[in-house]
Design a protein around this ligand. Structure first.
Ligand SMILES: Cc1cc2nc3c(=O)[nH]c(=O)nc-3n(C[C@H](O)[C@H](O)[C@H](O)COP(=O)(O)OP(=O)(O)OC[C@H]3O[C@@H](n4cnc5c(N)ncnc54)[C@H](O)[C@@H]3O)c2cc1C
Length: 468
């Protein structure tokens, strides 16, 4: 039987695209080579890492955060196996949820490795090596991404001592010393997990700042907070070797600006230097599907590749490697395939670092506005001046609102602070509607909430905050 749509890959891009397309009346199949649906995000990415971030934060709060609230004598005992079981159960309930939604929407889930044979034809080879060829009007490539290596440095990842994020969420004991190579989101989130559980954590980063690409103010203050929490940073450091040493491993690095090399040893080394698009074994070359110079599937503004009827979304195409970006592309593409107008607003894609405090951002950074020569005004409000933050002893951080100097339209919002990942969405909605900082500053915010700091930062762009 011919399908309207075959999606290869069941991550947030693929599974959401499939569900939306089925909801719009298309006959859909999803091909997935993993034993469970949900892709990197649900199996080994967003979901398990957040389960561990929450559990380790709760542990750390119980150990260090209760005395000051008048709750004394609590000495939490870590049961790492149980914490991992919580993570595994969270993953299971999420991946089972996708299987349920496939059934509910009458989507055929096909286990096996998909290969594009050309427009309208997909071959699927299952675990037993049996191959079947399926016919379809449209193909969506949603094969996601894989761990990227350190450029020019051969590293043998065994997922025990030298680990990627996949091994980093499954250690069976807390390492005495963990070296994280890469100061981006994944490295800092997983570094935080193990630091809270008692590991000494050293982050080695090539750039002079952590969270490269984030607003400079944010990354500076955030780094200070992580240092206060006990994390160590070697910035501007180029890693030249990662090798096993005894029962642990060693990392050699040298200053990017030149100078003497240094070597540090640790029980575990986490390689968190980014991810690369995953197109292995998909047969794209033979099918004539073009890749760009970074190995990503090249697409037009409607997600179509250079071959008619073959589309691509998510981590395997350009843009930020984020689950919600992949999901939104999946929805937009399903709408386009169903004859509707699908669209993603790439200017308003929030990004969140789920540490404690959280870091969240949407729109342009000050650095980007400066580089683009856009005249802007900035309003900033610290959580130290927010009543709710004081009540919760969560005064670390600030909100920064950036608005166009002439029109007052909000161009970017950046938050470091407790709950930043939730608060950012009022900024995203405002920006989606083209709102101004005056709109935000004049919107009544419930008191006392952390979100009042967003309103005050908006007020600061065009007049003055009240509480400062
Ligand atoms: C540790 C970690 C934490 C993360 N945390 C977050 C977070 O908090 N928030 C966030 O937004 N993003 C997060 N991400 C990124 C997020 O996981 C990705 O952006 C997202 O999963 C991309 O979705 P996707 O659908 O493009 O691809 P993926 O989720 O990678 O799914 C692709 C699927 O395709 C399958 N596949 C590949 N090739 C074939 C083939 N030939 N045949 C059949 N199946 C195939 C793969 O098995 C996989 O299941 C995190 C990533 C990691 C590693």
């Amino acid at each position: 039987m011919a399908y309207d749509l075959i999606v290869i890959g069941s991550g947030p891009g693929g599974y959401v695209c499939a569900i939306k397309a089925a909801q719009l009346g298309l006959k859909v199949a999803v091909v997935e080579k993993r034993a469970t649906y949900g892709g990197t995000c649900l199996n080994v990415g967003c979901i398990p890492s957040k389960a561990l971030l929450h559990a380790s934060e709760t542990y750390s709060h119980a150990a260090h955060g209760l005395d000051a609230l008048g709750i004394e004598g609590v000495t939490p005992v870590l049961n790492l196996a149980k914490m991992m079981a919580h993570k595994d159960a969270t993953v299971k309930s999420n991946v089972d949820g996708v299987a349920f939604l496939f059934k509910k929407n009458k989507i055929d889930g096909i286990q096996g490795t998909g290969k594009v044979l050309g427009a309208g034809k997909v071959s699927v080879t299952n675990d037993k090596g049996e191959e079947q060829v399926l016919e379809t009007k449209n193909i969506v490539i949603a094969t996601g991404s894989d761990v990227a290596s350190i450029p020019g440095v051969p590293v043998e990842i065994d997922e025990k001592v030298i680990v990627s994020s996949t091994g980093g969420i499954a250690l069976d004991k807390v390492p005495g010393h963990l070296i994280v190579v890469g100061g981006g989101v994944i490295g800092l989130e997983l570094g935080s997990v193990w630091a809270r559980l008692g590991a000494k954590v050293t982050v080695v980063e090539y750039l002079d700042t952590i969270l490269g690409g984030m607003d400079g103010d944010v990354s500076k203050q955030f780094q200070r907070m992580l240092v206060k929490q006990g994390m160590e940073f070697k910035l501007g450091a180029k890693v030249t070797g990662v090798e096993k040493a005894g029962s642990g491993a060693k990392v050699t690095f040298e200053p990017v600006k030149g100078g003497e090399a240094a070597t540090i040893e640790a029980d575990v080394v986490l390689i968190a230097t980014g991810r690369k698009p995953y197109t292995e074994g998909l047969g794209l070359k033979e099918a004539g599907v073009a890749l760009d110079n970074r190995g990503r599937v090249e697409i037009d503004n409607h997600f179509q590749t250079n071959v008619a009827g073959i589309y691509a979304i998510g981590d395997v195409v350009r843009g930020p490697m984020l689950a919600h970006k992949a999901e939104d592309e999946g929805v937009a593409l399903a709408e386009i395939l169903a004859g509707q107008a699908g669209h993603v607003n790439y200017d308003v894609i929030p990004s969140v670092v789920y540490t404690q405090p959280e870091v969240a951002s949407v729109g342009k950074t000050e650095e980007e506005l400066k580089a683009a020569g856009i005249a802007y005004k900035a309003g900033k409000f610290p959580f130290t001046a927010n009543g709710r933050a004081r009540a919760m002893l969560a005064t670390d951080g600030f909100v920064k609102v950036l608005a166009d100097k002439e029109t007052d339209r909000v161009l970017g919002v950046h938050i470091v602070g407790f709950g930043a990942g939730e608060m950012i969405h009022e900024a995203a909605v405002l920006m989606e509607f083209g709102g101004s900082s005056e709109d935000l500053g004049r919107t009544c915010h419930a008191h006392p909430t952390m979100s009042e700091a967003v309103k005050e930062a908006a007020l600061a762009t065009f007049f003055k905050p009240i509480h400062m």
